[in-house]
Design a protein. Structure first.
Length: 375
């Protein structure tokens, strides 16, 4: 009990020192980076605690909401161009905001203390070999998870994610017209081939690996293509710093450019009319505008119709065309749901494409694929 109290006191002191350093020396990026770091710290702490899945999910959700509020505060106020006195006030409030997660941790500690009952000597005496073996396996799993988490939240990954945040907007459309006439022409030519193609991606990108900490899945992006050659892959993404975040075209070469990345390609039977409904919807979004729903990944909310994330977009397309084969709110669909919830085997597996087994072919393709990757 005393050790736990000391740990909480030490944590509070460390957070206070971080707040002071942030106020004195921090810039806009430092504030967001600090918010993300504290969130990841508390999230990892909760993951490795002896709690039920529901308790962990509830507390991580609370921390995620706090992070979303902190980032939004930084974007709206600390990043704003105000006079010196007002900016100093915003910086002070932003520094104090860093402590927001600590009261949640204190409440959890008090609940743990009130519910905890130490085992008796007799109970300790009947611990079986199977229990000890199970405990050892659990410890090994947690140590492995810690190592994986350490790789994902490296300084380079966190910095890349944080510096990309200002490009996003979960409230207004920032992307418009990135799909060209050539894209729509190729898609129209493929309307009668009898299938729509669903592509799951393990990108090994910093963003994808952080999402993987929540989903425990390595495939964390999904796209659709209207043709089997995969010339017309489209989804919601960050735009690769070439386009604004939102509805954008994709290339296989870009999806598997990192070591260890791969894509799984499936096809779903679809009529000419169904594919045309989907393509018309893509055309409409491309014309009206779109944005990547970053906050929606946490809050499961879309402020405007064309603000979505990848799995939300793909599921919505299938649903309006009468092709959805599982029932779930679009804002709650994960990329792997398209395979894991395919209980009636509507999908047909086509091919796995990875950097390793397609390296020579990709080098010959250049920026525009000249030969089909799927036969």
């Amino acid at each position: 009990m005393k050790k736990q109290l000391f740990g909480n006191t030490s944590l509070f002191i460390i957070l206070m020192l971080l707040c002071a350093a942030l106020y004195v020396h921090g810039d806009y990026v430092s504030y967001i980076l600090s918010y993300v770091f504290v969130f990841i710290f508390f999230m990892c702490y909760i993951i490795f605690m002896h709690l039920t899945t529901w308790e962990k999910a509830t507390q991580i959700t609370i921390y995620a909401l706090i992070l979303a509020s902190q980032v939004l505060f930084a974007i709206l106020f600390i990043h704003a161009d105000e006079d010196y006195i007002v900016m100093e006030l915003y910086r002070f409030l932003g520094s104090a905001f860093l402590l927001a997660a600590f009261p949640v941790r204190q409440i959890v500690f008090l609940l743990e203390s009130s519910n905890y009952t130490a085992p008796s000597a007799d109970e300790w005496a009947v611990v079986s070999y199977e229990q000890l073996k199970h405990n050892r396996e659990e410890i090994t799993k947690k140590l492995t998870k810690i190592k994986e988490t350490g790789k994902v939240i490296s300084k380079g990954h966190v910095l890349e994610i944080v510096t990309d945040i200002p490009r996003h907007n979960s409230f207004s459309y920032v992307n418009e017209g990135t799909l060209t006439d050539d894209f729509f022409e190729k898609a129209e030519n493929a309307l009668d081939d009898g299938y729509i193609y669903i592509i799951l991606t393990c990108s090994r990108s910093p963003q994808g690996e952080v999402i993987g900490l929540f989903t425990s899945r390595s495939y964390n992006h999904v796209s659709v293509s209207f043709d089997k050659e995969l010339y017309t892959i489209v989804s919601y993404n960050g735009g690769e710093k070439l386009f604004p975040p939102g509805l954008n075209p994709e290339l296989i070469k870009s999806l598997i450019r990192r070591e260890g990345s791969s894509v799984l390609v499936y096809r779903l039977p679809a009529s000419y009319e169904q594919k045309k409904i989907m393509l018309d919807k893509v055309r409409q979004i491309n014309s009206e505008g779109s944005a990547y729903n970053m906050l929606g990944l946490i809050l499961k909310y879309s402020h405007r119709p064309n603000i979505m994330f990848c799995s939300q977009f793909v599921y919505s397309l299938l649903k309006i065309a009468g092709l959805s084969y599982f029932d779930k709110p679009p804002s709650e669909v994960n990329p792997t749901d398209f395979v894991e919830l395919d209980y009636r085997r509507n999908l047909e597996f086509v091919e796995e494409i990875s950097l390793q087994n397609n390296l020579e072919g990709l080098e010959a393709l250049g920026d525009v694929m000249a030969e089909p990757l799927i036969k």
